[in-house]
Ligand binder design. Sequence first.
Ligand code: OGA
Ligand code: MN
Length: 262
Amino acid sequence: MHRAGCLWRRVGAGLGPGLRFGDGAALGAAAGLGPEAEGDPGLLRASSPEVERQLRGLALVRGGFMSTGEEAEVLRELEPVLGRRPYQFDHWDGAICGYRETERARWGEAGRAVLGRVAAAAFPPGRPPTPLVHVLDLHPRGHVGPHVDSVKFCGCTIAGLSLLSPSVLRLRSCRAPGQWLELLLEPGSLYVLRGAARYDFTHEILRHEESFFGGRRVPRGRRLALICRNAPHDTTPDPLGNSPAFIGDAEAEPPPPPRPPQ
Ligand code: OGA
Ligand code: MN
Protein backbone atom coordinates (compact mmCIF):
# COMPACT_ATOMS: atom_id res chain seq x y z
CA MET A 1 0.00 0.00 0.00
CA HIS A 2 1.38 3.32 -0.97
CA ARG A 3 1.55 5.91 1.71
CA ALA A 4 1.83 9.01 -0.42
CA GLY A 5 -1.22 11.08 0.26
CA CYS A 6 -2.33 9.84 3.63
CA LEU A 7 0.52 11.53 5.40
CA TRP A 8 -0.02 14.81 3.67
CA ARG A 9 -3.73 15.23 3.96
CA ARG A 10 -5.10 16.31 7.26
CA VAL A 11 -8.86 16.33 7.49
CA GLY A 12 -10.66 19.29 9.00
CA ALA A 13 -9.69 22.76 9.89
CA GLY A 14 -7.64 22.69 13.09
CA LEU A 15 -4.05 23.63 12.43
CA GLY A 16 -0.90 22.58 14.16
CA PRO A 17 1.98 24.91 14.84
CA GLY A 18 2.63 25.48 11.15
CA LEU A 19 5.22 27.69 9.68
CA ARG A 20 4.18 30.98 8.27
CA PHE A 21 5.04 32.24 4.88
CA GLY A 22 7.17 34.96 6.32
CA ASP A 23 10.15 35.16 4.00
CA GLY A 24 8.61 37.91 1.94
CA ALA A 25 11.78 39.46 0.58
CA ALA A 26 13.26 36.19 -0.57
CA LEU A 27 9.99 35.05 -2.08
CA GLY A 28 9.70 38.13 -4.19
CA ALA A 29 12.61 36.85 -6.21
CA ALA A 30 10.81 33.64 -7.22
CA ALA A 31 10.38 33.71 -10.97
CA GLY A 32 6.98 33.74 -12.54
CA LEU A 33 4.44 32.96 -9.85
CA GLY A 34 5.78 34.72 -6.78
CA PRO A 35 3.41 36.39 -4.32
CA GLU A 36 3.25 39.50 -6.50
CA ALA A 37 1.96 37.43 -9.40
CA GLU A 38 -1.69 37.57 -10.27
CA GLY A 39 -2.05 34.28 -12.06
CA ASP A 40 -5.11 34.39 -14.31
CA PRO A 41 -7.80 36.34 -12.43
CA GLY A 42 -10.50 34.88 -14.69
CA LEU A 43 -9.77 31.47 -13.18
CA LEU A 44 -10.59 32.63 -9.62
CA ARG A 45 -13.91 33.32 -7.89
CA ALA A 46 -14.10 34.62 -4.34
CA SER A 47 -16.92 34.93 -1.81
CA SER A 48 -15.99 38.59 -1.36
CA PRO A 49 -13.44 41.15 -2.56
CA GLU A 50 -11.81 40.92 0.91
CA VAL A 51 -11.07 37.22 0.47
CA GLU A 52 -9.75 37.90 -3.00
CA ARG A 53 -7.43 40.55 -1.56
CA GLN A 54 -6.41 38.38 1.38
CA LEU A 55 -5.35 35.53 -0.90
CA ARG A 56 -3.91 37.54 -3.75
CA GLY A 57 -0.59 35.99 -4.72
CA LEU A 58 -1.13 33.19 -2.18
CA ALA A 59 -3.65 31.14 -4.17
CA LEU A 60 -3.30 31.40 -7.89
CA VAL A 61 -3.73 29.46 -11.06
CA ARG A 62 -2.07 29.84 -14.42
CA GLY A 63 -3.59 28.22 -17.48
CA GLY A 64 -1.48 26.61 -20.19
CA PHE A 65 1.51 25.93 -17.96
CA MET A 66 2.03 22.54 -19.57
CA SER A 67 1.74 21.91 -23.31
CA THR A 68 -0.53 19.19 -24.68
CA GLY A 69 2.60 17.40 -25.94
CA GLU A 70 4.08 17.41 -22.44
CA GLU A 71 0.80 16.24 -20.99
CA ALA A 72 0.63 13.35 -23.47
CA GLU A 73 4.19 12.26 -22.74
CA VAL A 74 3.71 12.40 -18.96
CA LEU A 75 0.49 10.40 -19.28
CA ARG A 76 2.22 7.78 -21.42
CA GLU A 77 4.81 7.45 -18.70
CA LEU A 78 2.32 7.22 -15.84
CA GLU A 79 -0.39 4.99 -17.28
CA PRO A 80 1.49 1.69 -16.89
CA VAL A 81 2.22 2.50 -13.24
CA LEU A 82 -1.26 3.76 -12.32
CA GLY A 83 -3.12 1.17 -14.38
CA ARG A 84 -1.85 -1.60 -12.14
CA ARG A 85 -3.63 -0.14 -9.11
CA PRO A 86 -7.36 -0.21 -8.40
CA TYR A 87 -9.15 3.03 -7.54
CA GLN A 88 -9.88 3.26 -3.83
CA PHE A 89 -13.29 4.44 -2.75
CA ASP A 90 -12.96 4.17 1.01
CA HIS A 91 -9.84 5.79 2.30
CA TRP A 92 -9.37 5.74 6.04
CA ASP A 93 -8.59 9.43 6.42
CA GLY A 94 -11.95 10.42 4.98
CA ALA A 95 -10.41 13.23 2.95
CA ILE A 96 -10.42 11.53 -0.40
CA CYS A 97 -12.54 9.08 -2.30
CA GLY A 98 -12.17 7.37 -5.69
CA TYR A 99 -8.48 7.68 -6.31
CA ARG A 100 -5.19 5.95 -6.86
CA GLU A 101 -1.83 7.50 -6.36
CA THR A 102 1.90 7.11 -6.46
CA GLU A 103 5.03 9.10 -5.87
CA ARG A 104 7.66 9.57 -8.52
CA ALA A 105 11.15 11.00 -8.52
CA ARG A 106 12.41 10.02 -11.98
CA TRP A 107 10.81 11.51 -15.05
CA GLY A 108 11.27 11.47 -18.79
CA GLU A 109 12.21 14.57 -20.71
CA ALA A 110 8.79 16.25 -20.69
CA GLY A 111 8.22 15.59 -16.98
CA ARG A 112 11.65 16.95 -16.11
CA ALA A 113 11.05 20.07 -18.18
CA VAL A 114 7.64 20.92 -16.75
CA LEU A 115 8.58 20.06 -13.16
CA GLY A 116 11.68 22.21 -13.50
CA ARG A 117 9.47 25.12 -14.52
CA VAL A 118 7.16 24.46 -11.55
CA ALA A 119 10.13 24.49 -9.15
CA ALA A 120 11.40 27.78 -10.59
CA ALA A 121 8.04 29.51 -10.83
CA ALA A 122 6.24 28.48 -7.66
CA PHE A 123 8.80 27.82 -4.94
CA PRO A 124 10.78 30.34 -2.93
CA PRO A 125 14.55 30.38 -3.18
CA GLY A 126 16.07 27.94 -0.74
CA ARG A 127 12.77 26.06 -0.27
CA PRO A 128 12.59 23.85 -3.37
CA PRO A 129 10.04 21.09 -3.85
CA THR A 130 11.00 17.67 -2.57
CA PRO A 131 12.20 15.29 -5.31
CA LEU A 132 9.19 13.00 -4.85
CA VAL A 133 6.22 14.28 -6.81
CA HIS A 134 2.80 13.11 -5.63
CA VAL A 135 0.74 11.74 -8.53
CA LEU A 136 -2.98 11.66 -7.73
CA ASP A 137 -5.37 10.01 -10.16
CA LEU A 138 -9.01 10.85 -9.39
CA HIS A 139 -11.78 8.70 -10.80
CA PRO A 140 -14.63 10.63 -12.53
CA ARG A 141 -16.70 9.89 -9.41
CA GLY A 142 -13.83 10.65 -7.05
CA HIS A 143 -13.23 13.81 -5.10
CA VAL A 144 -10.84 15.31 -2.55
CA GLY A 145 -12.66 16.51 0.55
CA PRO A 146 -11.72 19.63 2.53
CA HIS A 147 -8.40 19.27 4.33
CA VAL A 148 -5.20 21.07 5.16
CA ASP A 149 -1.99 19.29 4.16
CA SER A 150 -0.14 18.08 7.23
CA VAL A 151 2.31 20.69 8.50
CA LYS A 152 4.47 17.80 9.65
CA PHE A 153 5.17 16.64 6.11
CA CYS A 154 4.54 19.62 3.88
CA GLY A 155 6.15 23.06 3.95
CA CYS A 156 4.95 26.50 2.93
CA THR A 157 4.15 25.82 -0.73
CA ILE A 158 1.96 23.40 -2.66
CA ALA A 159 1.94 23.50 -6.46
CA GLY A 160 -0.30 21.27 -8.58
CA LEU A 161 -0.43 20.54 -12.29
CA SER A 162 -3.77 19.31 -13.61
CA LEU A 163 -4.09 16.80 -16.45
CA LEU A 164 -7.06 15.30 -18.33
CA SER A 165 -10.34 16.60 -16.86
CA PRO A 166 -10.99 20.15 -15.69
CA SER A 167 -12.01 20.53 -12.05
CA VAL A 168 -12.75 23.12 -9.40
CA LEU A 169 -10.52 23.53 -6.37
CA ARG A 170 -12.23 25.30 -3.49
CA LEU A 171 -10.48 26.95 -0.56
CA ARG A 172 -12.53 27.64 2.56
CA SER A 173 -11.41 29.66 5.56
CA CYS A 174 -10.83 27.52 8.65
CA ARG A 175 -11.97 30.39 10.89
CA ALA A 176 -14.82 31.77 8.81
CA PRO A 177 -16.29 28.97 6.65
CA GLY A 178 -18.44 31.46 4.74
CA GLN A 179 -15.26 32.79 3.15
CA TRP A 180 -14.07 30.87 0.14
CA LEU A 181 -12.10 31.11 -3.07
CA GLU A 182 -12.55 28.79 -6.05
CA LEU A 183 -9.96 28.03 -8.69
CA LEU A 184 -10.88 26.68 -12.11
CA LEU A 185 -8.27 24.07 -12.97
CA GLU A 186 -8.14 23.42 -16.70
CA PRO A 187 -5.93 20.61 -18.00
CA GLY A 188 -2.41 21.93 -18.38
CA SER A 189 -2.84 24.54 -15.66
CA LEU A 190 -0.72 25.05 -12.57
CA TYR A 191 -2.08 26.18 -9.23
CA VAL A 192 -0.06 27.39 -6.26
CA LEU A 193 -1.15 27.53 -2.62
CA ARG A 194 1.09 29.25 -0.11
CA GLY A 195 0.92 31.19 3.13
CA ALA A 196 -2.63 31.75 4.36
CA ALA A 197 -4.03 29.78 1.40
CA ARG A 198 -2.02 26.76 2.45
CA TYR A 199 -2.35 27.07 6.25
CA ASP A 200 -5.55 28.97 7.05
CA PHE A 201 -7.90 27.58 4.39
CA THR A 202 -8.89 24.01 3.64
CA HIS A 203 -8.72 22.92 0.01
CA GLU A 204 -10.82 20.38 -1.84
CA ILE A 205 -11.54 19.15 -5.37
CA LEU A 206 -15.27 19.19 -5.96
CA ARG A 207 -17.15 16.03 -6.85
CA HIS A 208 -18.90 15.85 -10.20
CA GLU A 209 -22.36 16.77 -8.83
CA GLU A 210 -21.00 19.96 -7.21
CA SER A 211 -18.49 20.84 -9.87
CA PHE A 212 -19.53 24.35 -10.87
CA PHE A 213 -17.50 27.50 -11.37
CA GLY A 214 -20.15 30.12 -10.78
CA GLY A 215 -22.90 29.33 -13.26
CA ARG A 216 -20.62 27.21 -15.39
CA ARG A 217 -20.78 23.46 -15.08
CA VAL A 218 -17.34 21.83 -14.96
CA PRO A 219 -18.03 18.17 -15.75
CA ARG A 220 -15.59 15.98 -13.92
CA GLY A 221 -13.92 13.18 -15.80
CA ARG A 222 -10.84 11.34 -14.71
CA ARG A 223 -8.32 13.86 -13.46
CA LEU A 224 -4.65 13.52 -12.76
CA ALA A 225 -2.63 15.89 -10.61
CA LEU A 226 1.12 16.16 -10.19
CA ILE A 227 1.54 17.80 -6.81
CA CYS A 228 4.84 19.30 -5.70
CA ARG A 229 5.43 20.27 -2.07
CA ASN A 230 8.41 21.53 -0.19
CA ALA A 231 9.57 20.16 3.14
CA PRO A 232 8.69 21.84 6.41
CA HIS A 233 11.39 24.06 7.86
CA ASP A 234 14.06 22.38 9.98
CA THR A 235 13.16 18.84 9.02
CA THR A 236 15.20 16.74 6.69
CA PRO A 237 12.95 14.50 4.62
CA ASP A 238 13.61 10.90 5.53
CA PRO A 239 14.84 9.20 2.34
CA LEU A 240 13.55 5.84 3.54
CA GLY A 241 10.09 7.20 4.20
CA ASN A 242 10.39 5.91 7.71
CA SER A 243 7.92 8.39 9.16
CA PRO A 244 5.08 8.00 11.64
CA ALA A 245 2.25 6.07 10.12
CA PHE A 246 -0.68 8.23 11.16
CA ILE A 247 -1.35 11.88 10.76
CA GLY A 248 -3.06 11.84 14.12
CA ASP A 249 0.19 10.78 15.75
CA ALA A 250 2.15 13.31 13.85
CA GLU A 251 -0.11 16.17 14.80
CA ALA A 252 -0.44 15.23 18.45
CA GLU A 253 0.52 17.82 21.01
CA PRO A 254 4.11 17.40 22.16
CA PRO A 255 4.42 16.14 25.73
CA PRO A 256 4.56 18.89 28.35
CA PRO A 257 8.03 19.93 29.51
CA PRO A 258 9.21 18.31 32.75
CA ARG A 259 7.98 20.14 35.82
CA PRO A 260 10.64 22.08 37.69
CA PRO A 261 11.40 20.65 41.14
CA GLN A 262 8.99 22.03 43.74
C1 OGA B 1 -4.00 16.33 -1.87
C2 OGA B 1 -4.73 17.37 -2.63
C3 OGA B 1 -5.38 18.30 -4.75
C4 OGA B 1 -5.28 18.01 -6.20
O1 OGA B 1 -3.78 15.24 -2.40
O2 OGA B 1 -3.60 16.62 -0.72
O3 OGA B 1 -5.09 18.35 -2.05
O4 OGA B 1 -4.99 18.93 -6.96
N1 OGA B 1 -4.92 17.22 -3.96
O5 OGA B 1 -5.49 16.86 -6.58
MN1 MN C 1 -4.00 18.67 -0.18
